[in-house]
Design a protein around this ligand. Structure first.
Ligand code: FAD
Length: 467
């Protein structure tokens, strides 16, 4: 590809040589050897060619890139860990503000707080905090960026004990569309602080978060693999609901991949791949996990006492794995035997290389926060379900999307909500499902105050509406 030096759009142009002189080696443009790697995001099937990728070094860089985007009229994509389900952290023809070099971290063990820059991944931050026996909960995957997961809510292995990631957010530094650096917390810009706790990247670039930390010196947890009959699935959910709040987990109901620790005769069978964490004393943890082990003779039992960062084992082929998936996020009120039968039937009927129904029982600390306290509105939701079909051939897209839609409509109960961090490109109605009623109206007003021209629109977008 030719090395383009000047990129023109309808409204303006940017000069790559000028940017290189301003941002030194942090500018990557078409034709550069690392361009293709730098424009690649986690999910496959996203093939966008930005005009420039700027790897910002600090908050002042962020201000300059935000100003550049506003003044040039080029589309702005903001990237932390690059795991957006919708591929929102890269732009076709625009500017990518890549935060991945911003990994500054200040831990205050006295006050049990930390300021963390948003180029850190969940795994990196968890490991650094773990060295002090401290933790804040993120999700199930270490390579997810703390930027995206925190801004959308953050549902992970400490959710029932300590709430969502945002329930442990004390403050943030945000560069808004006007290029201002704003400190936000309950006292300063409380409207913005409310909005960034669930409202995603709509309101500005968050350069760093201040988290409240918890003492989590050790946990009991890991992977437990059980046969996935309707009875066992319903039993797994019932035990998850009955478990103490120290226990949070995920039940991935799926066809067993040929994992080396599984007997060959299990490969291809439907399993519950449970990922469980008991955040507390080992003995109590063993007691809390016993009912899960008793559900059936496990195909594999890797539950053990461990340090919290061990929940993020090294990700094989990290950086090379780019799955393509049809997926859908929803909440259900119950998974009884008949719902579990629906799950089993649909998983059996999929032709995907991997089809999965991921089930997470919520409640606990997450549910004790008032619905209107943050922009995450699903405090009363009982069980989060994420349906996904991974596939290889683009021509099979429609088949797998139809399977996902059919499965979801068979599962649908009274809860019509959606979790923003698992939304793909699904249209405005689904964004409203993530931000129902008053939450949407309030977000739209805050958007109008801080981003009236919708500079930050590569996200699950909330259009600005003045009150
Ligand atoms: P990015 O693609 O970099 O960003 C996602 C969105 O947030 C984009 O719109 C981006 O512009 C915006 N953004 C990112 N950083 C900033 C910032 N600093 N300032 C402003 N805007 C920003 N979620 C859970 O809650 N729990 C889980 O267990 C979980 N597991 C996952 C596992 C996998 C394999 C994947 C792919 C996703 C998972 N998620 C989970 C969803 C995840 O939280 C979202 O995809 C999240 O948005 C990814 O964050 P990121 O920073 O990696 O992504």
């Amino acid at each position: 590809m030719a090395n383009k030096t000047n990129i023109r759009t309808a409204s303006a142009s940017i000069s790559i040589p000028k940017l290189r002189s301003e941002f030194k080696d942090r500018v990557i443009a078409p034709g550069d050897p690392d361009y293709d790697k730098a424009r690649t995001v986690f999910y496959g099937g996203v093939d966008k060619h930005p005009a420039v990728i700027i790897k910002v070094a600090d908050t002042n860089d962020v201000v300059r890139v935000v100003n550049l985007a506003r003044e040039s009229g080029l589309e702005l994509a903001v990237r932390s860990g690059g795991h957006s389900t919708a591929g929102h952290s890269v732009s076709e023809g625009g500017i990518v503000l890549d935060l991945s070099n911003m990994k500054g971290l200040e831990i205050d063990t006295e006050s049990r707080t930390a300021w963390a820059e948003t180029g850190l991944t969940a795994g990196e931050l968890t490991t650094a905090l773990g060295a002090h026996g401290l933790a804040v909960g993120f999700g199930d995957t270490g390579s997810v960026g703390i930027g995206g997961i925190t801004l959308g809510g953050g549902v992970g292995y400490l959710v029932r004990k300590y709430g969502l990631t945002i329930d442990n957010l004390l403050a943030a530094e945000v560069v808004t569309a006007d290029g201002q650096i704003r400190h936000v917390d309950e006292q300063t810009h409380p409207d913005l602080f409310w909005a960034i706790r669930g409202g995603g990247g709509n309101f500005g670039v968050v350069t760093r978060f201040k988290f409240r930390l918890h003492k989590v010196p050790s946990v009991v947890g890991g992977m437990l693999i059980l046969p996935a009959t309707p009875e066992k699935i319903a039993g797994f959910i019932a035990e998850s609901e009955a478990a103490p709040e120290e226990l949070s987990g995920i039940g991935n109901v799926m066809t067993a991949p040929p994992m080396p620790f599984l007997p060959a005769e299990v490969h291809g069978k439907l399993i519950i791949m449970a990922l469980l964490v008991y955040a507390g004393e080992a003995e109590a943890g063993e007691r809390a996990l016993a009912p899960f082990r008793a559900l059936a003779t496990p195909y594999a039992d890797m539950l053990k006492p461990m340090t919290y960062p061990e929940i993020y084992p090294p990700e094989e082929g990290a950086g090379e794995y780019h799955p393509v998936a049809a997926s859908l996020t929803m909440f259900v009120d119950r998974v009884d035997r008949s719902v579990a039968e629906t799950i089993v039937d649909h998983l059996h009927s999929s032709s995907a290389s991997m089809a999965v129904a991921q089930l997470r029982v919520l409640g606990g600390a997450l549910a004790r926060v008032p619905v209107d306290a943050t922009a995450f509105a699903h405090r009363n939701s009982k069980i989060m379900v994420n349906i996904a079909a991974l596939y290889e051939k683009p021509e099979d897209k429609a088949t797998h999307e139809a399977w996902v839609a059919d499965f979801a409509s068979a599962l649908r109960q009274s809860d019509k909500g959606a979790y923003v961090n698992f939304l793909a490109e699904e249209g405005e109605e689904r964004i409203h499902a993530a931000y129902p009623g008053a939450t949407w109206d309030r977000l739209a007003e805050v958007k109008a105050r801080y981003d009236p021209t919708n500079l930050f629109h590569l996200n699950q977008n909330i259009q600005p509406v003045s009150a």
